[in-house]
Ligand binder design. Structure first.
Ligand SMILES: [Zn+2]
Length: 183
C-alpha cells in the first residue's frame, strides 16, 4: 500500500540525516531504495545525499517531478523537496497509487518565513509528518525558522552556513515581503 512520510523543519534541523537513517533502515529490510534530489542542490556533492554530519547515500538528480515516475523502487526518498514546486503533489499521489513508499524531506518555509506551498500539500497527503527543530543561533532554544543573513529577494537561494541561520520565533527577523503579510 502506498505511503507518504514527510520530514520538515528549518535549515540545520537534521532533515537529511533523518531521511538517510530511514532509507538505510528500509534497505536493510531488503526493499529497493532510491534516493533522489533536485539537480539545483549541489552544495556538498553533485549526486549523493549528504547530511551535515558527513554521512552519505547515493542519489539520482532530477530536474522535474515527472522524472520520479520513471523510478522503479519500493521506497523513494526525496531530499530538498521544496525545490521541486511545479506539479510535485500530483506526481507523489501517482506514486502512492502505485503502492510506492515515498519519504520527502524539505523546508516548510522560505527564509522570508512564507510557506512553501507544495510542502504544505505534501503534509496534508502524508501518513506521518515530523517537524524537526534546530538550535537558535542567538539564544540556543529550539529553532523553527531559517533566517537569511544575505540580501536577496529570491525565494530560493542555494547556500549553507554563513548565508542562513536557524532562529527561534523571538529572534527571527520579520522580513516577509509586504505582499505575503496577513492584512
Ligand atoms: Zn532565539
Amino acid at each position: 500500500m502506498g505511503r507518504l512520510d514527510v520530514i520538515t523543519g528549518p535549515m540545520f534541523s537534521g532533515k537529511t540525516t533523518e531521511l538517510l537513517r530511514r532509507l538505510q533502515a528500509a534497505q536493510q529490510t531488503g526493499s529497493v531504495v532510491v534516493a533522489v534530489k533536485p539537480r539545483i542542490d549541489t552544495r556538498y556533492h553533485p549526486t549523493d545525499l549528504v547530511a551535515h554530519t558527513g554521512e552519505s547515500f547515493p542519489a539520482r538528480c532530477i530536474d522535474a517531478p515527472a522524472e520520479l515516475l520513471k523510478i522503479e523502487a519500493d521506497v523513494i526518498g526525496l531530499d530538498e523537496a521544496h525545490f521541486l514546486r511545479e506539479n510535485l503533489i500530483a506526481v507523489i499521489v501517482e506514486l502512492l497509487d502505485r503502492g510506492c513508499h515515498v519519504i520527502c524531506a524539505g523546508l516548510d518555509r522560505t527564509s522570508f518565513h512564507v510557506p512553501f506551498d507544495e510542502m504544505g500539500r505534501l503534509m496534508c497527503e502524508a501518513n506521518t509528518v515530523v517537524k524537526l527543530t534546530a538550535r537558535c543561533s542567538v539564544c540556543g532554544e529550539p529553532a523553527t525558522h531559517t533566517q537569511r543573513l544575505i540580501d536577496d529577494e529570491r525565494d530560493i537561494v542555494i547556500g549553507g552556513e554563513g548565508m542562513f541561520e536557524p532562529r527561534c520565533r523571538t529572534h527571527r527577523l520579520d522580513e516577509t515581503p509586504r505582499d505575503d503579510r496577513p492584512s
